[in-house]
Design a binder for this molecule. Structure first.
Ligand code: HEM
Length: 81
């Protein structure tokens, strides 16, 4: 069991702006990365994933395939799909 609420894919898609918050999904987790966006080493490219899945983008940018990146992401978890 998990302490995180279940969030629908539809709900995630409504969070793709700084105004409404920027959420992404990764392996069944939902992350509110609004506060991380300005700190992203890869700049505004991160916004391409806003409201949807990280997987297709991280498949292209393998720099994310590291433990320290996953630890960073985990700090922003708000729910599960
Ligand atoms: C680099 C985190 C989403 C594109 C990085 C790095 C981190 C990071 C920590 C530096 C890695 C290192 O050098 O060790 C994240 C997180 C994301 C995210 C937490 C989502 C929550 C994305 C997306 C894209 C992207 C969606 C592309 C559409 C890049 C690129 C770099 C990068 C191109 C390389 C920047 C450079 O070294 O010049 N990201 N990223 N990232 N990211 Fe992301």
């Amino acid at each position: 069991t998990s302490a995180f609420p279940i969030i629908s894919q539809k709900e995630v898609t409504t969070h793709r702006s700084l105004e409404h918050g920027i959420w992404v999904t990764f392996k069944g987790g939902v992350y509110d990365i609004t506060k991380f966006v300005a700190m992203h080493p890869g700049g505004d490219k991160i916004l391409l994933a806003a409201g949807g899945a990280l997987e297709p983008f991280w498949a292209l940018y393998a720099v994310h395939n590291q433990e320290h990146v996953l630890e960073m992401l985990s700090e922003y978890k708000v729910g599960e799909l």
